[in-house]
Design a protein around this ligand. Sequence first.
Ligand SMILES: [Zn+2]
Length: 135
Amino acid sequence: MARSVDAWQGKTDDTPVPPRVRLRVWDREAGKCHRCRRDIPVGDAWIIEHRHALVLGGPNAEPNLCLTCSWCKPLKDAEDQAAKSETARVRSKHLGIQPQPSMRSQGFRKAGPQNKATKPRTPKFEGDIMARRTT
Ligand SMILES: [Zn+2]
């Protein structure tokens, strides 16, 4: 019977996962990708990944680690990035931080000179006004 060991905990978020912990995670997950549940063949590329991403507040600890095959890594990275962006956007809005517009509009055009009561009105058309004929 194997001796029980304490779960590994990284000192910081940047602490790399040691090989012995990578092996324990492989055994725990039975060599399956946590997303597609595909058996990762020997020699195929795989990575240790955080189930709950570090950028989203997940711990750098052994229970949070899982295997991800090379097919699923880009998908998980995109999902984590989208979640992080959404969180940052909502948080900024909550704190009242407005993003600077990349382009400003021209605004309203300047109005022409205003007609004054002392200035005669200029006719908008030529000719006389006649009553409409009704037959
Ligand atoms: Zn996968």
